[in-house]
Write a protein that binds this ligand. Structure first.
Ligand SMILES: *Cc1c(COP(=O)(O)O)cnc(C)c1O
Length: 358
């Protein structure tokens, strides 16, 4: 417990916790939070500026509480026959996940994920007073035992990140179907990295028809190159969204956020064109790391998990000393690096080669 907390009547279950956060350090090569390294083009910047200028004249009014036009645009982007009543949006997929746990988790209820996975799932479970059940993965980070674990634990909410963070692993749809059959409650497939999937890896969106307890979450923070916009969304049965309307704060999504997100969607061809380059860069990164004698998890995302180091902290620090910030996360001995521009990756490779050569 910190001294400051001791002076205040903070919730007992929050005492002694530290705020979440990847270090936000000012470095030459930031490869630690899986952002798209390509900034918006001149054309997109102008479109965003115009959208904000138009919204500025209406800011005396509250925003559209139900973000109807934005949800229409998001549904059109997702395809799969989705429509606005089946799509919901909030301030980042983290807020979407929080609303899901507020509506379907909470005191006396449980949520389960398969670790290592996205650290925000258990953290948001905690702040919503949902008990966390940490399930496990196969040795190669696959989920062949997940349905059995769900059958035993009977959680109210199951999280499957696919492609998974920090491993990069995607889950075959047959395993998601098996988890859904085994689960008594909601099954949330977190597809934050969906756009980076390798060819032939399908999206869980195809499983939505007829499965009213299934939710697929997405974000504009990664492939869309819009992490600063804070826009996450989900696709699900309209009944799921009706439940979320009970817990969301009124006017949670500002007029400015809605306008910026719609402009980014209109010009989506530009950021999404960078996804091709990032996937190719990812594949050559994985090949290079393996040729350097390192272990690398198969990746369907815009990052790679590699190791195994006796002292990963030393490798992480060695890279930082050379201006390259990666993420010290994942199973013991492993590190995660985000795919950046070709020149950022060249700097990463030479820095890592220096750190690893005695
Ligand atoms: C980055 C990430 C998110 C994105 O969160 P936002 O709040 O939308 O920025 C969600 N899920 C996973 C697994 C992620 O890695």
């Amino acid at each position: 417990m910190t001294l400051e907390q001791a002076r205040l009547p903070v919730r007992d279950d929050l005492r002694g916790l530290r705020p979440y956060g990847a270090p936000q350090l000012d470095v030459a090569v930031p490869l630690n939070t899986n952002e798209n390294p390509y900034p918006p083009s001149e054309r997109l910047r102008e479109a965003v500026a115009d959208a904000v200028a138009a919204a500025a004249g209406t800011l005396n009014r509250y925003p559209d509480r139900d973000a109807t036009e934005l949800r229409k645009d998001l549904a059109a982007y997702l395809g799969h026959g989705l429509t606005a009543p089946r799509v919901w949006a909030a301030n980042g997929s983290n807020e979407v996940i929080q609303q899901l746990l507020q509506a379907f988790g909470g005191p006396g209820r449980t949520a389960m994920g398969f670790e290592p996975s996205y650290s925000m799932h258990p953290l948001i479970a905690r702040v919503t007073c949902t008990e966390w059940i940490g399930g496990s993965r196969d040795a190669d980070y696959g989920l062949t035992t997940a349905a059995g674990q769900v059958r035993d634990a009977r959680p109210d909410v199951v999280f499957i990140a696919s492609p998974n963070n920090p491993t990069g692993t995607a889950v075959p749809l047959s395993l998601i179907e098996a988890v859904y059959e085994a689960a008594p409650g909601m099954v949330v497939v977190d597809e934050a990295y969906a756009e980076f999937r390798r060819d032939g890896t399908p999206s869980a969106l195809t499983l939505l028809p007829g499965r009213e307890r299934l939710v697929v979450t997405r974000t504009m923070s990664k492939a869309f190159a819009a992490a600063g916009t804070r826009l996450g969304y989900l696709a699900a049965d309209p009944a799921v969204i009706e439940a979320l309307l009970l817990v969301r704060l009124p006017y949670h999504l500002s007029t400015v956020t809605q306008a910026v997100a719609r402009a980014a969607l209109e010009f989506r061809d530009e950021p999404l064109a960078t996804v091709e380059a990032l996937r190719a860069e990812r594949d050559s990164l994985v090949t290079w790391l393996r040729s350097a004698g390192l272990e690398v998890a198969d990746s369907d995302a815009n990052f790679a998990l590699f190791g195994v180091f006796e002292d990963r902290d030393a490798v992480w620090q060695g890279l930082l000393d050379r201006g390259v910030l990666i993420r010290n996360t994942g199973p013991a001995g492993w590190l995660r690096v985000t795919v950046g521009t070709p020149s950022e990756m060249a700097t990463f490779r030479s820095a890592l080669a220096e750190v690893l050569s005695p």
